[in-house]
Structure formats: structure tokens, C-alpha cells
Write a protein that binds this ligand. Sequence first.
Ligand SMILES: NC(=O)c1ccc[n+]([C@@H]2O[C@H](COP(=O)([O-])OP(=O)(O)OC[C@H]3O[C@@H](n4cnc5c(N)ncnc54)[C@H](OP(=O)(O)O)[C@@H]3O)[C@@H](O)[C@H]2O)c1
Length: 317
Amino acid sequence: MRLYVTGGTGFVGSNIVKVAVEQYGATVFTTAHRWRPEAPVPYEYGGVDVADRAQVLDSVRAFRPDAIIHAAILNDFNLMYRDRERSWRANVDSTRHLTEAANEVGARMILVSSDWVFDGMRSESDERTPPNPLNLYGVHKVVGETVVLAAARDGAVARISGVSGVHWTRPDTPLTQNVGFGNLVTAVVDALAAGQPFVLWHGAINMHATLSLASESAKMMMRIIERGARGTFHCCSGASLSRLEAAQAAARAFDLDAGLIRNGPPDWSATAGATVPHDTTMSAAATAERLDYRLPSADELLLTYRRERETGTLSAP
Ligand SMILES: NC(=O)c1ccc[n+]([C@@H]2O[C@H](COP(=O)([O-])OP(=O)(O)OC[C@H]3O[C@@H](n4cnc5c(N)ncnc54)[C@H](OP(=O)(O)O)[C@@H]3O)[C@@H](O)[C@H]2O)c1
């Protein structure tokens, strides 16, 4: 399989690239944006700004993929609000360009999306729950989803949530707590493993979500491609938790001292004053059935994460 990944040098994308190369024997090309690998890597890469239609079309035509996974994101809330035109180009127009390119070369088109398409007012949203985003990031994701579902000849949306995992490309990237659920587990483990207290944010932020491990989400995406499945998928686990439950589960899985977890107010400085959804828990039952995938529990997911951190290798597909 020839797989074209955008944002393969980022956190989630690095997991997609690693799973595709190591477990599916795929030939992978990833877009490189600001950052470039310094040492030889087992995939191809090239400078592509996904906001630039010509660069996207040229690079897809040159690589001729069987499938595209679009994981790149302008991942800076303050910048997203400050320069709405630029963030629209990076997060929405990119999806149009990639969909056009996928249609032209006959590739499958998968968009990585988010639980923040939901308004956080109900639990366990499923694949058919209508989205109602509260902020610009969620709007970008919903519009991108709509582009793929309406315009891709062979397309799917892969929503992920509360993502933890290893950043395989740039392991030194600090994965810190934010008002969402992403990186929460990683941030807890990093602090507790260093014997430091962890101030768990509490307030009008994302208080409940469903855990994902980036490598497991990547495996689910590869199943979407393998099976030729179309539509919307929840590529997360079966574990919907509060922030406190997630932090305690992380301490348990890593044999760390949960007594170091404290409560504290959120740091809003990175959020541009945007409203944040409260409960973005997602049901992935329908996805699991369609992909013949067993949803891991919180403990299973976190133990898999621990093995990845400690051994530097993926668990079996
Ligand atoms: N992490 C989570 O908790 C979470 C939760 C839900 C959904 N998601 C989704 O998962 C996907 C990946 O997120 P992530 O956490 O892995 O983000 P990330 O670590 O910040 O990675 C983003 C990647 O996109 C690249 N990029 C940014 N702008 C680009 C452009 N104009 N052209 C080409 N590449 C560009 C970045 O490259 P440079 O760094 O070189 O600029 C980087 O490789 C996103 O779609 C995000 O919405 C993530």
C-alpha cells in the first residue's frame, strides 16, 4: 500500500506513519512543514504546505498513493483566532485540496477529526450524533468532515479524542496539559514519574472525554483503509472518564503515586478566550463492529501506552 500522510512529523501523524510502515508494510510519504528529520527515516517526506493547492496536487500526483490520511493541523488556538484566514486555509482549504487530489488519483481519503465537533452537552455521542461545535477548531473540523463526506469519492472521517501516546518523530516535544483532554495522561505520567505534584485542572473546560492511544487510533485508521469502509468512525477506546479518573488510571497503570495529584484552576492563556466543550465522551461501539476491532478498556489502553514508552515499540496490530 502507498500511503500519503499529512502531518506525519506531528504527534498523531508519527503514530500513523509508524503503524503503517512497521505493521502494514506500507510505503509512506509524509508532508514536512517547518520540521525536518535529521537522521535517515524509513519513509519518504517532502516540503508541502497543505494550505497550498498546487503543492498538494503536485505532491499527490508525484507519489500516487492508494490512500491519504490528513492529520496536519495548525495547532495553535491563539494563532487560529488571531489569523482566521490563515487557519481556515491550513485546516479547511487543505481538506478540499487533498480531497480533490485523492479523487484525481483514485485514492481513499481519510480526515483525522476530533470529539470537539460536539458541544459537550451530552455524553457518549456516537457516529450519527449531529455535531454542534463551540469554537473555531470544532468548526474547522466539521467543515472538513463535510467536505470529505460530500466530495471524496472514497472517503472517511476518523474522530479521535483524549489522545495520549508516544511522539515517535519528536520525542522531546513536551505534551502538556491543556483545556482539552489530549496529552492529559502523558502530562500526569511525566510529572508523577519525576516525583512532582500534578495540578489537575478543574473548571469550565473539557472535563469528560474518551481516551485514545495514538497508535491504536492509527491501527483503526488502517483498518478503515483495508476494509474500504466509508463514513464516520470514532477511533478511540471504550473508556470514557473524567479528568480525575483518567489521571488516577494513569497513575495506576504506571505504578505511580496518585497522591501527588492535586486540583487547581485551568491556565486559559493558550485558548484565545474560546468556549470549550464540557463532556465530549464518544461511543465507538458502531466503529468497533464495522472494523472488527475490540475497544480496549482504560487499563488495557494505558498499559499498552506504558509498554510503548518503556520499550519504544508498538504492541501487536
Ligand atoms: N492530539 C490530540 O489530543 C488530538 C485530539 C483530537 C484530534 N486531534 C487531531 O489529530 C491531528 C494531529 O494532531 P496532533 O496532536 O498530532 O498535532 P501536532 O503534533 O501539532 O502535529 C501537527 C502536524 O501538522 C503539521 N502542519 C501544520 N501546519 C501545516 C501546513 N500548513 N502544511 C503541512 N503540515 C502542517 C505540523 O508540522 P510542523 O510542526 O513542522 O509545522 C505537524 O507535523 C489533527 O487533525 C488534530 O485535530 C488531535
